[in-house]
Design a protein around this ligand. Structure first.
Ligand SMILES: [Zn+2]
Length: 300
């Protein structure tokens, strides 16, 4: 049992929480549920933005490719607007972070740790702003990089500008890895002399775009709730409402990756300390990588 300095809570803070480990699980479950609910919204925002990428003048693009003018081609594809286009993802991430703060504070309240949401939200919102602006730049950059690669490869191979333009239309919105996967798929079909190649490639490209949207949404939703949990706990800690001895324990997801996450099983760190991932990276809170579903438990 610990006694904490009280700040805003009127009732005496008598905390007996040593055995409430199941509450941690409930918190993780509640946060992951909130993340899963937000997931389709984030996905939709990404898809809406990606759909707008196809809004360019095909003939102008072909003309630029004809001249071998890579920069002009990228300009016609509006790559300068890419990060701004994906900004629509940001409000969903902020809303989810705020929701996760509410869930975490409600959970803390069951432990008689009362933290005013007004103290936590500005930090969570600031995090979400910083985080999502980095994210949209990254999505924009990787999407642009894919186009640059497809165009450069096409020009270098001496492909017909119309062929390059067709390839671009099919992979726009993807990152380089996924765009290359689509191209490799086409190469395989062509080599095998398959019929109906255009339709098959289009279907494959559409699936890659769906998968990318899903990967982004899942990853960012879990990151948002994990960060919000950390911020809420850390604020309570800073306010002296959690014991100095409080610790955080890494709980790997059931399918945790063997290189990064699984080695962190049971790793316990202080509120202000980082976890050390299997690859040596310092990690403030889960997730550790794309599609990571690990969580942390608070150890009192
Ligand atoms: Zn993980």
């Amino acid at each position: 049992m610990w006694l904490f300095p009280r700040l805003s809570s009127p009732q005496p803070v008598l905390v007996s929480i040593a055995k409430e480990t199941s509450n941690n699980d409930k918190l993780t479950q509640a946060l992951h549920r909130a993340a899963d609910l937000a997931d389709p919204k984030i996905r939709r925002r990404f898809r809406e933005a990606a759909d707008k990428l196809t809004d360019y003048d095909e003939q102008e693009l072909v003309d630029a490719l004809q001249r071998g003018d890579l920069n002009r081609a990228l300009f016609i594809l509006n790559i300068q607007d890419f990060p701004a286009l994906f900004l629509t993802v940001s409000p969903e991430i902020t809303a989810l972070a705020i929701r996760a703060v509410e869930i975490t504070l409600a959970n803390l309240a069951t432990r008689r740790v009362q933290v005013d949401i007004v103290r936590v939200n500005p930090r969570a919102v600031a995090w979400a702003r910083r985080y999502s602006s980095k994210l949209v730049v990254e999505i924009g950059d990787t999407t642009r990089e894919a186009l640059r690669t497809i165009i450069a490869d096409g020009l270098q191979a001496g492909n017909n500008p119309r062929v390059i333009a067709r390839d671009i239309r099919q992979v726009i919105g993807l990152n380089t890895q996924r765009a290359k996967a689509v191209q490799n798929y086409r190469t395989r079909l062509e080599a095998a002399g398959e019929k109906g190649i255009e339709r098959k490639v289009e279907r494959h490209a559409a699936k890659q775009l769906r998968d990318r949207a899903e990967t982004i949404a899942r990853t960012e939703a879990i990151n948002s709730v994990s960060a919000a949990r950390y911020i809420a706990m850390d604020t309570a800690y800073d306010l002296g409402q959690l014991p100095r001895s409080v610790k955080r324990k890494w709980i790997p997801a059931a399918n945790a990756c063997p290189k990064v996450c699984a080695p962190m099983r049971g790793q316990v760190v202080g509120m202000k300390e980082d976890f050390i991932a299997g690859d040596g990276r310092r990690i403030k809170h889960p997730g550790a990588h794309v599609l990571c579903r690990c969580s942390e438990a608070t150890v009192f």
